[in-house]
Write a protein that binds this ligand. Sequence first.
Ligand code: ADP
Length: 481
Amino acid sequence: MNPTVLIVDDDPALLEALPEALRLRMADLAVETCDSAPDAVARIAVEDYDAIVTDIKMPGMDGLALLDEIQKLRPETPTILITGHGEHDLAVQALRRGAYDYIQKPIDRDYFTASLSRAIEKRGLARRIELQRLELERHSHVLEHVGDGVFVVDRDGVVQFWNLAAEQITGIGLEEAVGKRADELLGGWEDVSASIPVAGPGRPKRHLARMLPFEIDGRELWLSLLGVDVADATVYSFQDRTDERVLDKLRDDFVATASHELRTPLAAIYGAAKTLRRRDALDDEGVEHLMGIISSESERLARVVEDILFASHLDSGRPRFAAAPVDVRALVSDVIESMQLQLENGVTLRVEAPPNGLPDVAADPIRLRRVLLNLLENAIKYSPEGGPVVLRVAPGDNRRLRLQVRDEGLGIPRGEQERIFEKFYRADPQLARGVGGTGLGLYICRELVQRMGGEIQVESEPGKGSTFTVELPVPAALATR
Ligand code: ADP
């Protein structure tokens, strides 16, 4: 668009001559004229001129008063005042009040044109800067609200921008982040930043984000990152993939444990079967022993497979359980009887129950049996130094029945006590001293107990032992039995 200027003067001769002179010297210029200040104010209110030229002396509202109005309405518009010869003081006053320049009469056309050109150029530049600022504001508004974390790191490694998602993912606020070095904020940045794929001039075209670990506030976060080089900085965008990573790791751990868990009994069965084939070298007792190994190891094998299948069955839907009145006392003695065979390392097993007055619970007897077996097996398994294991049954609060399995074994560190109920989670397998397991037992227990309308909890002190407590509802109809 061509620049447009407004000339304000009460002298009709000048109002004709000035535009004429300008048109000769500035071909692209559009010139509008106006013979009074109030008239000019009305026009300036609706039109954003590139520059305004006004006589300083006019009847009624003069040039200085008009300048004040322009400063209010269009502070960005450069204004040139025309002063009479020798009116130096007025000119200075005008400059002080914000005029861009002044021209003395008689007007030197060349000087006037040069000054006006500069004024128009200045206005154009200010407009472009304003546009760029708006554009930047728009971009940063978009970046501020995209779902991915976005941050900008300058050539000195200092963070210059940090959006809302970055704040939400990392927990590091904008104020804290901007001005800090990226390696101070994201632990490990120094080592891995060079491996983040960055697009830009002279860089390969196609990129896939890279998943990398960072330590932030003592937490490990896995971020999938990608960068773009801009003038003097790199813009990084990222997503939080920590959950995925945790799942991946769980799956890897599970494959490792499950194959180990399958291989051990298989090897024992294989060994026993091979020895059995050489019957001549065995007496009856030896045969019996080997048959015993085959039988118990096959059972263990079947249980591992069953646990895996059952866990995936639990995940795939919400199987409904039959809730029938269960005689807890009978169930408990049955469970204890089958556990007696598995006692090892001098572990003893005892039941504590009130002599009478135990209500039936509404439960699925097969599932409840499985929960108790699992808790008792763990109590024995994680008591490598031996010690008593107690199964305690007692009425709980609020019409509930409480079943507790207590051991004096390894115990569970506080930080692990919630996690042991997670699928495949095994508290420090090294610490469990080579004790086998799939990490599914407690997961299955919790799922089953919850589906029977109950709760399971653990209290434990490392080195002293653990108590697992299951509480099950006693329906009103059964409570009095
Ligand atoms: P698994 O025994 O197959 O590893 P579980 O889900 O039954 O899996 O248990 C999860 C983890 O909880 C175990 O790996 C173990 O570290 C811990 N744990 C369970 N029961 C006990 C217990 N009675 N004493 C100490 N640690 C236990």
